[in-house]
Write a protein that binds this ligand. Structure first.
Ligand SMILES: Nc1nc2c(ncn2[C@@H]2O[C@H](COP(=O)(O)OP(=O)(O)OP(=O)(O)O)[C@@H](O)[C@H]2O)c(=O)[nH]1
Length: 222
C-alpha cells in the first residue's frame, strides 16, 4: 500500500448544537459521546484508504458558523465540506443554506459538499420538511443524507467514505494522475490503424486481385 504525504482537508460546518462534534468523533472513533465543549475549532487527523493508497485526512470541526471566520473575501481551503443541520431545528436548515451560499461563492469549483441532517432518532419532533431539503440539494447540486449520529456508526461512515473518495478523485484529476479513458471510437480506429501499418498491401490482398488493383491504378494515372 502506498502512503502519500499529501493530506485531504475536510471542513465540518453547521449551526450550533446540530451535532458537528458528535459526528466527527463518531466517524473517527466509532463511538458516540454525548457532550462536548463548544466554542473552538478542533482539528483531528485520520487515515483514508482507497484502493492501494493511504492518505492523511485532516478534519476540522468548526465552531464558527461562517466558513471563513467572517473574513468575507477569503477563499475556503478544503477538499471536502460537510454541512450539518438538525432535523428538529428548522433554523439550522436556514443556516445550512447560508453556508451553502458561502461555499458556492468561496470554495474551489467542484469541491464535494455533503448536506447531512442529524438526529433522525427524534423523527417525532421533526421540523425540517423533506421537500425543502430535496429542493436545496437540487439547487446546490450537493450530496445529502439524514442520519442519527447517536444511533448508528455505519450510517455516518458510508457517506463520509463516499465524500472522501470523491475528494481524492478530484485531487487526482487536478494533478493529472487520472488518465482520460479512450473512447470506443479511438480504440477501434487505433486497432484498424495497427492492422494496416503491420501488413503491406501484398499481404492483405490475394495475388490476382492485387494485379487487378495495380492495373487499375496504372490506368488511372495515365
Ligand atoms: N438525539 C440526538 N442528539 C444528538 C445527536 N447527535 C448529537 N446530539 C446531541 O446534540 C447536542 C450537541 O452536540 P454537539 O456534537 O456538541 O453539537 P455541535 O454542533 O458540535 O455543537 P457546537 O459545538 O455548540 O456548535 C449534544 O447534546 C449531543 O448529545 C443525535 O444523533 N441524536
Amino acid at each position: 500500500m502506498k502512503t502519500t504525504t499529501s493530506c485531504l482537508k475536510v471542513l465540518i460546518l453547521g449551526a450550533p448544537q446540530v451535532g458537528k462534534s458528535a459526528l466527527t468523533v463518531r466517524f473517527l472513533t466509532k463511538r458516540f459521546i454525548g457532550e462536548y465543549s463548544s466554542g473552538t475549532d478542533c482539528t483531528y487527523q485520520t487515515m483514508f484508504r482507497y484502493e492501494d493508497a493511504a492518505l492523511k485526512v485532516e478534519i476540522v470541526d468548526s465552531a464558527s458558523n461562517s466558513v471563513t471566520n467572517n473574513n468575507k473575501t477569503k477563499e475556503i481551503e478544503a477538499d471536502a465540506i460537510v454541512i450539518v443541520y438538525s432535523i428538529v431545528d428548522r433554523q439550522s436548515l436556514k443556516q445550512a443554506q447560508d453556508l451553502l451560499d458561502q461555499v458556492t461563492e468561496k470554495a474551489p469549483f467542484n469541491t464535494p459538499v455533503l448536506l447531512l441532517g442529524n438526529k433522525t432518532d427524534l423523527e417525532h419532533r421533526r421540523q425540517v420538511s423533506h421537500d425543502d431539503v430535496i429542493l436545496m440539494t437540487h439547487q446546490y447540486q450537493c450530496r445529502h443524507c439524514e442520519v442519527s449520529v447517536a444511533e448508528s456508526y455505519t450510517a455516518v461512515d458510508r457517506p463520509m467514505q463516499e465524500l472522501l473518495t470523491e475528494a481524492l478523485l478530484n485531487r487526482r484529476l487536478r494533478l493529472g494522475q487520472v488518465k482520460r479513458r479512450k473512447s470506443i471510437f479511438e480504440n477501434v480506429s487505433r486497432r484498424i490503424g495497427n492492422v494496416f501499418r503491420r501488413k503491406s498491401l501484398e499481404e492483405l490482398l490475394p495475388k490476382r486481385r492485387l494485379a487487378r488493383v495495380m492495373i487499375n491504378v496504372n490506368r488511372r494515372s495515365v
